[in-house]
Ligand binder design. Structure first.
Ligand code: HEM
Ligand code: HEM
Length: 191
């Protein structure tokens, strides 16, 4: 059964793989975090097992490094698709949204916030990749470490901060999608 509005298959596949791989990255990242919390070290705040994936530090790292390729390649292919299909022109933030936010049309304003939110999460995911690669292969990618002031703790904090940002983004994104397109829009992205 076709669900309206229609979304392209490529975007649905990106969205599914992204949702799955970000979830694995989050849960396994928090497992790594638990071994030596970025804030407060071994005495810092630890998270309950329900939020973790991998069972212990090495297990968490295995999951994290296994899913990172899927996560990055998927985002890269989506980026290519958005550029080549010129999707960025119609689906991403533009000056039209800035105008809409200054206007009176409430529906249009929500739609613009919705576009702003999902456009803004893409650079956050790119920062997760950049800082992650900086930590994963710091000798080979020392320019990334330098970009973060040659400071390991700054790199860890930048990487970790993508977690609360993604966790805040998800409910906002879902609520805005429901506000602008109800259940129909959500279904269109998944089926
Ligand atoms: C290609 C993408 C990524 C790469 C290469 C990567 C790589 C890494 C590396 C190397 C570590 C440190 C491992 C260690 O110290 O043994 C780490 C930790 C972590 N990662 Fe990622 N990561 C990526 C994406 C993500 C994403 C998308 C998230 C969640 C939004 C995430 C969340 C975390 C967390 C929470 C930690 C623990 C932070 C800490 O306490 O230092 N990572 N990641
Ligand atoms: C980490 C989690 C998520 C990220 C990074 C993310 C990211 C995105 C991005 C970048 C788009 C724009 C795609 C495009 O049009 O090219 C999008 C669209 C959409 N997402 Fe998500 N998403 C996430 C989770 C979710 C969840 C959990 C739901 C709902 C249960 C959802 C529902 C939707 C819907 C309905 C659209 C279509 C919006 C429209 O056509 O106006 N997303 N998402």
């Amino acid at each position: 059964m076709k669900v309206f509005p229609l979304q392209s298959i490529a975007v649905k596949v990106f969205h599914w793989i992204n949702l799955f791989s970000v979830s694995v990255m989050l849960l396994s990242g928090l497992q790594i975090y638990n071994a030596n919390p970025v804030f407060g070290g071994r005495e810092g705040l630890h998270l309950p097992p329900i939020l973790l994936l991998g069972g212990w530090l090495a297990g968490g790292r295995d999951w994290h490094f296994a899913a990172m390729t899927l996560f990055s390649v998927n985002l890269f292919c989506y980026g290519l698709y958005v550029l080549l299909s010129r999707r960025w022109k119609i689906r991403f933030v533009s000056s039209r949204d800035v105008k809409a936010l200054q206007g009176e049309n409430v529906k249009r304003k929500f739609y613009s916030w919705h576009r702003i939110a999902y456009t803004a999460i893409v650079p956050v995911l790119l920062i997760a990749i950049l800082s992650g690669i900086g930590m994963y292969k710091s000798a080979q990618f020392d320019w990334i470490v330098k970009l973060f002031g040659d400071d390991w703790q700054a790199l860890r904090i930048a990487h970790f901060m993508t977690v609360p940002i993604v966790l805040t983004f998800i409910p906002i994104h879902v609520l805005l999608a429901l506000r602008v397109g109800q259940k129909k829009l959500i279904e269109s992205m998944f089926w």
